[in-house]
Design a protein around this ligand. Structure first.
Ligand code: GDP
Ligand code: ADP
Ligand code: 5GP
Length: 208
């Protein structure tokens, strides 16, 4: 399941607090050609999170029902909660030729890579553990013990960076955002994408 979809599939992962949501939101604000997949989760909503916008918040029995019904393209347990990507939504967006971005953990990214050989995977690195701790504390969305758990798990997650196509170091935000945009732009210049964007040029030049 890959090349019949004209759209690009971007997968972004990072340890909690590395700045993945901030970077992805800034990218989407400037690029209307990418749609963000809204995951389902059993985690409780944070202060400003809206059901159906940031996540679809469901309880454990409903999550299990969706697993059993085969509704998830991938799912994983992360920091004690379950997260999953809706298969139907993703396939309909990609069939429309939209570029789609998944903000998911490394376990989910590995499952997606197995199913879509043309997925483009991007891992966001924080500049240091100290900075990661400061960002999670400054964000003030999680209880101190949750922050400690996320920092412990960050070490395991960081070991997965080597399996990703692109690495972005989020030290200076503007620089990191520029890097992310460049990855997206480069992907859109691939042969298959350019053939779809400029069929008249390829036809006129007799390129198959
Ligand atoms: P964050 O790490 O601060 O963004 O906190 P969240 O609770 O929003 O997300 C926790 C982790 O779950 C992050 O690594 C997310 O990328 C990951 N995650 C979110 N949605 C999904 C999903 O649909 N599938 C998988 N596998 N992981 C997800
Ligand atoms: P994630 O989605 O990876 O958990 P967030 O995007 O929520 O991370 O970022 C965590 C915190 O760090 C937020 O408060 C955000 O404003 C801040 N942040 C993100 N990128 C940077 C950066 N380059 N420099 C300083 N703070 C940042
Ligand atoms: P529900 O919880 O009723 O399934 O979904 C609530 C809202 O979120 C609906 O608008 C639904 O279309 C949307 N939704 C459900 N799952 C997903 C998903 O995985 N991705 C996206 N983008 N939207 C979803």
């Amino acid at each position: 399941m890959s090349s019949q979809f004209p759209g690009n599939l971007f997968v972004v992962a990072a340890p909690s607090g590395a700045g993945k949501s901030s970077l992805v939101n800034a990218l989407l604000a400037e690029d209307s050609g990418i749609q963000l997949s809204v995951s389902c989760t059993t985690r409780a909503p944070r202060g400003a999170e809206v059901d159906g916008v940031h996540y679809v918040f469901i309880d454990n029995p409903e999550f299990q029902r969706r697993i059993d019904a085969g509704e998830f393209l991938e799912w994983a347990e992360v920091h004690g909660n379950r997260y999953g990507t809706s298969k139907r939504w993703l396939e309909s967006r990609m069939a429309d030729g939209m570029d789609v971005l998944l903000e998911i953990d490394w376990q989910g990214a590995a499952q997606v890579r197995k199913q879509f050989d043309n997925a483009v995977s991007i891992f966001i690195l924080p500049p240091s553990f100290e900075e990661l701790r400061q960002r999670l504390t400054r964000r003030a969305e999680d209880a101190p013990e949750v922050i400690e758990q996320r920092l412990r798990e960050a070490r395991i997650e960081l070991a997965q960076a080597k399996n990703f196509d692109f690495i972005i170091v989020n030290q200076d935000f503007t620089h990191a955002l520029r890097d992310l945009k460049q990855v997206v732009a480069a992907q859109r210049l691939r042969y298959a994408a350019q053939r779809l964007s400029h069929p008249e040029v390829f036809r006129a030049l007799g390129i198959l």
